[in-house]
Design a protein around this ligand. Sequence first.
Ligand SMILES: [Zn+2]
Length: 255
Amino acid sequence: MRRLILVSLAFVFAACSHVAHNSCTPWWRYEPERQNEWPAACKVGPERSPVNITTRTEAEYPQISIHYTPFVPRMYNNNRGAKLYADGNGGYVTVTYADGRSEQFDLQELHLHRLGEHTFSGTPAPMELHFVNEDRDHNAKVVVTILFDVTSPSENPGLKEIIPIMPVVSCTYVQGVRINPMNLLPVGWESSPYYVYDGALTTPDCPGGLKFFILDRRAMTNSDQLARIDTVIGRNAKTVAVRELPGIPVVHPLK
Ligand SMILES: [Zn+2]
């Protein structure tokens, strides 16, 4: 009975969400020519993301510490990618600023982009993962960004958990099985430098006010995993109006 109610609620929620967010209505699309039709904020917004990284400036803050915990994702395929929602049950990150102030941001959802969105001297990574975290007052977001390289034959342990449960059917919420988001971090992430900048969501309407942390150390996957992900998410990278950000701060974690 309880299961029936949960399933019914899931359908109601999916229906409401469909109306509220139009997340399955393709009024915006990823084809390069269609990205030109995206709202102005996505193309000329001063905080727009992604950015192209060329030169960098050493910085000590903000520091970030990652404390994700296993959770059962609520998942949604919106025809442009698959979102795995933690809804605040997947742990948190703590951001500490130069003045000693600290803020906590709870993991809300994670999703993948193919190809990567941020570029290094114009070149994207094969794949990019966004952990979207939000403060308790829902005022600010922090996006922890992991870049993936393809190094066959290694299989990524975090993707191994996600790939079998990624929702193939679009526009319906489905329940996953327990995953551990820490398995998606690259080996040695604790000592990896990271790039930090103030940016915006990379999907319309591209609202700003986000802080991106891009780990310099990359996670590894193989071509087989990538091919399986492609069957679910296709190509979903924002490539229009990539912002040049020379001198982006690069922070080394304090011991
Ligand atoms: Zn994203």
